[in-house]
Write a protein that binds this ligand. Structure first.
Ligand SMILES: C[S@@+](CC[C@H](N)C(=O)[O-])C[C@H]1O[C@@H](n2cnc3c(N)ncnc32)[C@H](O)[C@@H]1O
Length: 256
């Protein structure tokens, strides 16, 4: 029992810092100097929005409700990647689908730097990033402004006392409901069996229709974006032999 708990804890520690047992270069062991250099460069990216708590408490973000007109300057649908880390989905989807706008959100600036840099190097115009807590989504987006949400390898938050921090908990789903258009889509990719099973249960209770559900994505007949793009954490888990799980759900009748 003790050994089981220890192994579980080490696995979840790895979510915070993959270097714990992989011994490979990750954002966690980046030197302070490198981090500061990234933070400094982050300030120069026109496609990265970093908003302080003070600004948040002073009222809605200036682009709220107007991302398409004011930032992207088109009328294309908006898709978010939450807890995007280095933003593999934001960048990969933006390259593959120019008729959509993509916004990655994460609190960690040094990770976001990677996605921002790629956008700059490849001159991608249909993607942006926001550095903020996902808890503040409604500060940045108005009702109906977002069409789809990707949640890629979120921290599983295994303790029941932390349930409200899980990105598929009812408290987060209600935030998503407040910004998604009618019949909005949610995608979840995870290696974590408990989070996957928990999410299926919550989706059912929250009237989210499951359109696709794979408990072992890469040993399935699934095709499309779920298998075409791999994130940093996904590569780590796959190299450990983990089965990747994928759910695509639809907020049925969400905007009554
Ligand atoms: C396990 S990592 C996954 C990163 C990336 N999606 C991937 O698959 O490589 C989880 C990410 O979610 C971010 N995150 C977790 N909770 C968050 C929150 N409440 N607000 C903003 N970011 C959050 C973390 O900073 C971290 O980068």
């Amino acid at each position: 029992m003790f050994l089981f708990c220890f192994i579980q804890n080490v696995k979840h520690l790895n979510y915070l810092c993959p270097i714990v047992y992989l011994f490979r270069l990750s954002p966690c062991n980046m030197s302070k100097k490198n981090k500061l250099a990234r933070f400094a460069e982050n300030k120069t990216f026109p496609h990265l929005f970093q908003v302080s708590w003070e600004q948040i408490s002073n009222g809605p973000f200036t682009m709220r409700g107007q991302w398409r007109e004011q930032f992207f300057r088109n009328n294309h649908p908006i898709v978010l990647e939450l807890g995007c880390g280095k933003g593999e989905y934001t960048v990969g989807l933006a390259q593959a689908s120019p008729d959509f706008n993509y916004i990655g959100i994460d609190i960690k600036g040094a990770r976001l730097w990677r996605g921002c840099k790629t956008i700059q190097e490849q001159n991608i115009t249909n993607a942006a990033f926001i550095r903020t807590k996902i808890q503040h989504l409604e500060h940045f987006f108005a009702k109906d402004e977002v069409q789809e949400i990707w949640i890629t390898f979120p921290d599983p938050q295994p303790r029941s006392s932390k349930e409200n921090k899980r990105l598929t908990s009812p408290v987060f789903l209600s935030r998503y409901r407040n910004i998604l258009s009618e019949n909005g889509i949610i995608h979840l990719k995870t290696d974590d069996t408990a989070l996957y099973e928990y999410s299926l249960e919550v989706f059912e209770n929250e009237n989210i229709r499951v359109l696709e559900n794979y408990s072992d994505l890469y040993n399935s007949d699934c095709c499309g974006k779920a298998v075409e793009i791999s994130t940093f954490y996904e590569k780590i888990w796959r190299s450990q032999g983990a089965a990747i799980k994928y759910i695509r759900g639809q907020f049925a009748g969400s905007n009554g």
